[in-house]
Every structure is written in structure tokens, then in C-alpha cells.
Design a protein around this ligand. Structure first.
Ligand code: SAM
Length: 232
């Protein structure tokens, strides 16, 4: 099995291993930390002033069980989520019955050009196989976002810290863990390179502004995790 398929299977197993919604997406946080996370995402997503405007739509790429998406779904007429795990999608439909969910890959979005007002993708890029996949996924997100829309890609692992984090990991101990929990398997992002790439002239008509955002300093892992916002 390729490591891509193995990670997909591991996420599916994780989704069906417990009824605890936060544990299903490996985010074992208490209520205060959860609220702080949602508040931070909400602020950075620049939610539209008018709730449920006709035709408004949000897409969550790698939505997991839709616990995050369900916090913002009411701001839009339509809330969509995709994830490559079938069990994640089954759970997402239970969390947000009015949501429109499908199984799919981040680098191949089965949606029309300019379909969404907001595209969110949180805590998924480090499970991507390589840098090429990162660029394809961002390209796809830009394609499906409306002019004037906003893309928020959250919790990117900053490549500046890759060696430090990977070298601190005990590779023998890692062997006991699923791939998705092994630091050695995580894909880090060269954020400046991503910015430079999407500022090229060929993106000029689609990308209005692209910026790196810090996470609040009280977030435990804020020093090496960053968010990326693209205003289209
Ligand atoms: C840590 S969970 C985060 C879920 C959700 N975004 C959240 O913040 O609660 C990572 C999710 O990304 C999904 N995922 C990882 N790689 C993916 C890919 N290439 N395409 C689609 N989904 C992917 C996994 O199935 C899993 O549900």
C-alpha cells in the first residue's frame, strides 16, 4: 500500500474508532481551547456581513467530521465538505445533516470554477504526500473560489522548523505509531515560496492578496504553525 493510501486508511480507522468527535480528528482539546480555535478561524475567514445570503456557499476541504465546519455553516446558504475518508464523510453528515458532503481529494476538487464565497482547509496539509500536492491543492482552491471570496488554509507546518521537529522525534518509538502521527511523515510548507508562486503574473487576475497569519501565542504549537489567507 502506498503511504498516501495508508494515511487515508488510518484516518478512516480514526473516524470509526471513537464516538468522541474531537478525538476522531486527533484534536483532544477542552472547551476553552476549542472556543479559542473557532474564534481565531472565524476572525481570519472574514465572514460575510449578511448571514445566509442567497447563493452563498462555504467549502471545507479535508472537513473531517465537520465539527469545525458546523460552527460556520449557518453563515451561508450552502455548506459543503469534502474529505478523502469515507467514514469521516459519514460522520460529517451526522454532525451537520444539512451539509453537502462527498468523498474527494484536496488536489482534485469536483466543483465548478468560482463556486464558493469561502474555502476553509484546516489541519490537513501536513498529511499531504509532497510539495507538488500542496501547490495542486491551493491551485484548486483558488479555482473554485469566487472573485471577492476568501481562502483560509490553517495550521500549516512552517518548513523553517522542519529539521528541529523531525530530529527531536524518536524514530524507534515512531514505528509503533500510525503514519499520520509520525513527525517524520509530516509535510512542512515553505511559506515564502508558496507566496512567491501565487504572486506570479498568471495568478494576478485571481489572487488579490496572499498573506501569512500567525496563530495566537497562547496556542500550544503556535511557534511552528501558521495560517495562510488568500483573498481572491
Ligand atoms: C486533523 S484532521 C482535520 C479535520 C478538520 N479539518 C478539522 O480541522 O477538524 C485531517 C483530515 O484531513 C483529511 N485529509 C488528509 N489528507 C487529505 C487529502 N489529500 N484530501 C482530502 N482529505 C484529506 C483526513 O481524512 C482528516 O479528516
Amino acid at each position: 500500500m502506498t503511504s498516501f493510501n495508508q494515511k487515508r486508511t488510518e484516518w478512516d480507522n480514526q473516524a470509526s474508532s471513537t464516538s468522541d468527535l474531537k478525538a476522531q480528528v486527533c484534536r483532544p482539546v477542552g472547551e476553552d481551547d476549542w472556543r479559542a480555535l473557532i474564534t481565531d478561524i472565524e476572525k481570519k475567514l472574514l465572514l460575510p456581513n449578511k448571514d445566509k445570503a442567497q447563493g452563498s456557499a462555504i467549502l471545507d476541504v479535508g472537513c473531517g467530521n465537520a465539527l469545525v465546519l458546523s460552527e460556520f455553516a449557518n453563515n451561508f446558504e450552502h455548506a459543503y465538505g469534502i474529505d478523502y475518508g469515507d467514514s469521516m464523510i459519514t460522520n460529517a453528515q451526522k454532525t451537520l445533516p444539512q451539509g453537502i458532503f462527498s468523498t474527494g481529494e484536496a488536489a482534485d476538487l469536483k466543483f465548478s470554477d468560482q463556486q464558493f464565497d469561502r474555502v476553509l482547509s484546516y489541519s490537513i496539509f501536513h498529511y499531504f504526500p509532497d510539495e507538488g500536492y500542496i501547490y495542486k491543492a491551493i491551485d484548486e482552491m483558488i479555482r473554485v473560489t469566487k472573485k471577492g471570496g476568501v481562502i483560509l488554509i490553517g495550521d500549516l507546518l512552517d518548513k523553517t522548523f522542519e529539521q528541529q521537529i523531525k530530529s527531536a522525534s524518536d524514530l524507534n518509538y515512531e514505528k509503533k505509531l500510525p503514519l499520520i502521527l509520525r513527525y517524520s511523515q509530516w509535510t512542512f510548507c515553505d511559506l515564502e515560496k508558496i507566496i512567491t508562486h501565487f504572486q506570479q503574473p498568471k495568478y494576478q487576475s485571481k489572487v488579490n492578496k496572499i498573506e501569512i497569519l500567525n496563530q495566537p501565542t497562547h496556542f500550544k504549537l503556535h511557534h511552528y504553525r501558521k495560517d495562510l489567507r488568500i483573498c481572491c
